[in-house]
Design a protein around this ligand. Structure first.
Ligand SMILES: Nc1ncnc2c1ncn2[C@@H]1O[C@H](COP(=O)(O)OP(=O)(O)OP(=O)(O)O)[C@@H](O)[C@H]1O
Length: 257
């Protein structure tokens, strides 16, 4: 019920006719995205799948404001990214977005707590407030016991929970995840997907997740299938139980490739 009520309020991502061409020479240039259109509404959990080289990372980099489209419009929380100057992009990222990567991207010489606090440090949040926010998110993600340890002392699943805490500590409305279960075994992958689902449903944080893995994708409500730089197909969960959706994804992937 909550899922129905939370949707259709506002769009957190709007992508209109986005093209991305790498290289400027006509002979060597490559069009990685060829007119992408989609929206993600507040509170949605959306997956992006597609074969290697189809343009998933290119799209995620544009949404993450790490690169600019060649043409087209991208809005995040109604803000047109083309209107943000380069020097303001890191502040925008820090305030609006949370990132989770396949390789966790934790700094080895910092404790888990210090890693989680990084987005707050970059925004100049004072130590006391930062410590309070780190403790709050650590309790929420049940990682209080190991936040004073270094990444090398943590398991893969624990590292990804720390990375999730770092993504959430600034209370973003949107999480961008790039193969977040790619380096996890199946139990830890399930834990992480359940955690993301819980955050999505309880805190109404929207999630856009690139994945190759049909199991992880089955936690999404909608999956954009990218093929050769275009959205070829969208698979809707439509209230199906997760296991049934998993089977639909598998059969769609079978016919899609
Ligand atoms: N910086 C770049 N310069 C030139 N071509 C690029 C660049 N980055 C990506 N490409 C090309 O653009 C296409 C899309 O790449 P992209 O990394 O977005 O694919 P992907 O779907 O994320 O693949 P994978 O699943 O293997 O990560 C590929 O053909 C790739 O070779």
């Amino acid at each position: 019920m909550e899922g129905i009520m939370k949707k259709q309020t506002a769009s957190v991502i709007e992508v209109r006719d986005v093209h991305k061409v790498y290289g400027s020479q006509q002979t060597t240039s490559y069009e990685a995205l060829k007119g992408i259109n989609f929206q993600v509404m507040a509170g949605e959990f959306v997956g992006v799948m597609g074969a290697s080289g189809s343009g998933k990372t290119t799209l995620l980099n544009l949404l993450a404001t790490l690169d600019r489209p060649t043409s087209g419009v991208i809005k995040i929380n109604d803000q047109d990214l083309s209107q943000i100057a380069d020097r303001q992009l890191s502040e925008f990222r820090g305030q609006q977005l949370g990132f989770i990567f396949q390789d966790f991207s934790l700094l080895e010489n910092l404790t888990a707590a210090e890693n989680i606090a990084l987005p707050l440090d970059l925004q100049g949040v004072n130590k006391q407030q930062s410590r309070a926010q780190v403790e709050k998110i650590s309790r929420r993600l049940s990682i209080e016991k190991f936040i004073d340890q270094y990444p090398a002392q943590l398991s893969g699943g624990q590292k990804q929970r720390v990375a999730a805490a770092r993504a959430l500590v600034n209370e973003p409305r949107l999480i961008l995840a790039d193969e977040p279960t790619g380096a996890l075994d199946s139990d830890n992958a399930r834990d992480l997907m359940e955690l993301l689902t819980q955050i999505n449903q309880e805190d109404h944080v929207s999630v856009l997740m690139v994945t190759h893995d049909p199991f992880s994708a089955s936690y999404c409500e909608r999956i954009l299938m990218i093929k050769d730089g275009q959205i070829g197909q969208t698979i809707e969960r439509d209230g199906q139980p997760r296991h049934d959706f998993y089977q639909s994804i598998l059969s769609d992937l079978g016919t899609y490739r």
